[in-house]
Design a protein around this ligand. Structure first.
Ligand SMILES: NC(=O)c1ccc[n+]([C@@H]2O[C@H](COP(=O)([O-])OP(=O)(O)OC[C@H]3O[C@@H](n4cnc5c(N)ncnc54)[C@H](OP(=O)(O)O)[C@@H]3O)[C@@H](O)[C@H]2O)c1
Length: 329
């Protein structure tokens, strides 16, 4: 198979490219090369999607499969389709669970209502505003489905974890538990959480391209209670840690944020967003999305934490030791 990854220098695209190389495919990555290097064995073709005629370096090339990682710009997607659709047999677009209008209700499937699309140009980087991000993704999905119809594969991941994760969310917990002592955790027995390991997602995207699977899927694993997941992470590491639960009201009063970002307890969701982590996962499972054991994901996340500077470092998500100590006091 001859495949093109629009991306390939960062988390999801890089994992797809690496899986393609491992499978023995010819892998071309179209990106600037600013986010990182492509995996060994893949070829980087310089593509700047904000530049003039970005796909000229790929002129005359044909692909069995294209994987588009466009984050937050409808023109990126429509321009790529215009330039490449006639030379590709199968097209995968990595969308997001942020396309859904109802973020609160649990158990929704891919036929749930979507936010209104936005076709006006978005910035290249994912917006801080999830509503804008979701609206651009809806517009992008429509363009892919219009252009490729029964050869389009659109996947909507929620939380993606694993190697090269730059969000600092999942990795906070293995790093925190490995450090030991008293660890502040959200007291949310009813909160579901679901995730997909980027390596499992990449394997599935490759399988879908190979087998010409089409349609729209939520790329998520089974939902489970967050407290159970956190206990299991600590268990995998055999961590000498005491989990100290505090309820949402107390956490909010202490100025601690849910989900991500500074001064947060990552993966804790407010009630208004529980639906984002409790989507139906069985369609994707039937279409071949398989999930590795949690222990593998946890050990990979901890290894990355050590690579990035150890168990205490400047992070973009989570609590500093001082913030946690103050909140526990
Ligand atoms: N990470 C998550 O948890 C998550 C969750 C749900 C959905 N998603 C979706 O999954 C997809 C991949 O996510 P990710 O986290 O792997 O994305 P990412 O880290 O933002 O990488 C995006 C890719 O876009 C390329 N890029 C950026 N600016 C470019 C430009 N001007 N021209 C050409 N290429 C450019 C980057 O390469 P260069 O900088 O080298 O050019 C990089 O390879 C995205 O569509 C995202 O919305 C991610």
């Amino acid at each position: 198979m001859r495949m093109l990854v629009l991306g390939g220098t960062s988390m999801v695209g890089r994992a797809v490219a690496a899986a393609g190389v491992a499978a023995g495919y010819e892998v071309v990555c179209g990106a600037r090369g600013e986010s990182g290097a492509v995996p060994a064995g893949a070829r980087l073709v310089p593509v700047d999607r904000d530049g003039a005629d970005p796909y000229a370096p790929l002129a005359d090339e044909r692909f069995d499969a294209v994987f588009d990682m466009a984050t937050m710009s409808y023109p990126w997607v429509s321009d790529a389709l215009r330039a490449l659709a006639g030379r590709a047999a199968h097209w995968t677009f990595v969308s997001s669970a942020n396309v859904y209008a109802d973020t609160a209700s649990k158990g929704q499937d891919t036929d749930a209502p979507l936010v209104e699309p936005r076709y006006d140009a978005g910035p290249a980087e994912p917006s801080a505003d999830p509503a804008v991000y979701g609206a651009v993704k809806v517009a992008s999905e429509r363009a892919v489905l219009d252009a490729f119809g029964s050869r389009a594969f659109v996947v909507r991941p929620g939380l993606i974890v694993g190697p090269d994760d730059r969000s600092d969310r999942f990795g906070y917990w293995p790093a925190r538990f490995e450090r030991g002592g008293r660890a502040l955790v959200p007291d949310v027995p009813e909160q579901p959480i679901q995730y997909v390991d980027v390596r499992d997602l990449a394997d599935w995207l490759l399988l879908a391209a190979r087998e010409r699977i089409a349609g729209v899927y939520d790329a998520v694993g089974p939902a489970r209670p967050l407290p159970e997941l956190l206990r299991e992470i600590a268990g995998v590491l055999n961590a000498q840690v005491e989990l100290v639960p505090r309820g949402p009201a107390e956490l909010f009063a202490a100025g601690i944020n849910p989900w991500a970002g500074p001064r947060s307890l990552p993966m804790w969701l407010p009630d208004s967003h529980l639906g984002l982590a409790a989507r139906a996962h069985d369609r994707a499972a039937r279409a071949g999305l398989a999930h590795r054991p949690l222990a593998d994901t946890v050990r990979a996340a901890l290894a990355r934490e050590h690579e990035l500077g150890g168990l205490v470092r400047s992070r973009i998500a989570g609590l500093t030791p001082e913030e946690e100590t103050t909140a526990l006091a």
